[in-house]
Ligand binder design. Structure first.
Ligand SMILES: Cc1ncc(COP(=O)(O)O)c(C=O)c1O
Length: 453
């Protein structure tokens, strides 16, 4: 086949490829052909800083020599081995490494291929665990999830999700989930003092658990930060409080660290900040440094043992994905964990996190910035029509998108969540690159928000 021209590629991209979370009627192709470190390069050679880590997954930068080599070396052995009744050394080593690193008590690793599948697995494991444990509790079939939660787009993950715009359409297909309010310190109920926020939201969780615990299998939570909800940072102590309540009411805790693990919050796992060990831990995105689709659901020994028995008892976990535990993904995941050690990735974060905080403080003073929030190298800048009333801009005005379009003219690629501009560069970002990203956000805010006033 003859190599297509750039314009032809754009045409095909517009007319044939159906892009995720994208209105295809107005899609404008953005064709990245190559990348290096924190920079993306389009087919015309223009460069853009990767301000959102290629959808929150890149860690050490693109084309990291150590990670590239790991994929090549694995390719010389085997590209894929099934996980169904078979294994390979690379995937086994990764499982062992994850168990060593993860919060205490998580002793077993079930591999799948994406964030949504990691959560799907955890949901099904929780239900089956309650049915098969020595003292079965078959009535536990319901889940508690947080308002505006996002856990991926497969139907189980959507059932425990709560982003109205994404999920409402699929309501007829979903199972019952009890929702507790999103613990958002910015948009609190009227009259609630900020210092009472933690107590209030934990109170709401306890009310639900006290009333329904007999039928609740698990609470599902994005620890510390609710990503797709708009990078909402929970009040400190909330995660620990939820862990204590789930123990008190004999309910499992599923921690979905798909977006926040692997250094994003400043620690390897977000749960570490509050000394929490969940019963099930979901990992994906940064697991492979952002290179390949691979996901893992880690489970405690107690959960794992409930699935053991004679073949005929059928206690097996009847769930699997063709590419779960793929050795290429496992190889690059192992290399990514090596790079964390060799380059001292976590030790290098504090000055970057501090610099981001300085920028955010300045940005927070802009007229239409209602709130800025940060956890590690995750930041959300919420644009509002009215700072005093917190009145949002109508979704249709695309203010976040307009700001990001401006940033592109400065060579910075960002993707917003409605009116929230997300700043989430690879952990390998330099201070100078952070300055450029935040500078583009600041100037973009002035330009995108003054139009149409
Ligand atoms: C917290 C969380 N869980 C799950 C997912 C789904 O991951 P994936 O897109 O890999 O299925 C995401 C994606 O953004 C996420 O942020």
């Amino acid at each position: 086949m003859k190599e297509p021209f750039d314009e032809q590629l754009r045409d095909w991209d517009r007319s044939i490829v159906w892009h995720a979370f994208t209105q295809m009627a107005e899609y404008e192709p953005f064709l990245i052909e190559r990348a290096h470190a924190c920079t993306l390069v389009d087919i015309e050679g223009s460069e853009y800083l990767d301000g959102v880590s290629s959808m929150w997954c890149n860690v050490h930068g693109h084309r990291h020599p150590r990670l590239d080599a790991a994929v090549c070396e694995q390719l010389e052995r085997v590209a894929h081995v099934t996980n169904l009744g078979a294994s390979n050394p690379t995937t086994i080593k990764l499982a062992r490494r994850l168990v060593e690193l993860a919060p205490a008590g998580l002793e077993h690793v079930f591999f799948s291929d994406d964030g949504a599948t990691a959560v799907e697995v955890a949901i099904k494991m929780a239900l089956q665990y309650w049915r098969q444990r020595p003292d079965p509790r078959p009535a536990k079939t319901c889940y508690v999830a947080l308002g505006e939660a996002y856990h991926g787009d497969t139907l189980g993950s959507v059932s425990v999700g709560g982003v109205e715009r994404f999920h409402a359409m699929f309501e007829p297909l979903l199972f019952e989930t009890i929702r507790v309010p999103v613990p958002d310190p910015y948009r609190t109920p009227p009259g609630l003092a900020p210092e009472s926020c933690l107590e209030h939201y934990l109170g709401e969780m306890e009310r639900v658990l006290a009333e329904h615990h007999e039928r609740i299998a698990a609470v599902v939570i994005e620890p510390l930060v609710q990503g797709a909800a708009g990078m909402i940072v929970h009040p400190p102590g909330y995660l620990r409080g939820v862990r204590e309540l789930t123990r008190k009411y004999d309910v499992l805790l599923i921690a979905d660290e798909v977006a926040v693990a692997f250094g994003r919050t400043g620690r390897m796992f977000a749960c570490e900040h509050e000394g929490v060990s969940p019963d099930l831990l979901c990992l994906a995105k940064g697991l492979t440094g952002g290179y390949l689709p691979l996901a893992a659901t880690l489970a405690t020994g107690e959960i794992y043992r409930a699935f053991l028995g004679d073949y005929a008892e059928s206690k097996t976990f009847f769930h699997g994905h063709t590419y779960g535990g793929n050795p290429l993904g496992a190889a690059v995941a192992l290399a990514s964990l090596d790079v964390f050690e060799e380059e001292g990735t976590l030790d290098k974060l504090p000055p970057k996190i501090a610099r981001l905080a300085e920028h955010l403080e300045r940005i927070s003073a802009l007229p239409h910035v209602g709130h800025v929030r940060q956890c590690g190298l995750i930041a959300g800048v919420e644009l509002v029509r009215d700072r005093a009333t917190k009145e949002p801009y109508p979704w249709s005005e695309k203010r976040g998108l307009r700001l990001c379009e401006y940033a592109k003219t400065e060579g910075v690629w960002l993707r917003p969540l409605g009116n929230v501009v997300v700043i989430m560069p690879p952990l390998a970002v330099s201070i100078e690159e952070l300055d450029r990203i935040c500078g583009a956000v600041e100037r973009g805010a002035a330009i995108a928000l003054s139009e149409g006033e």
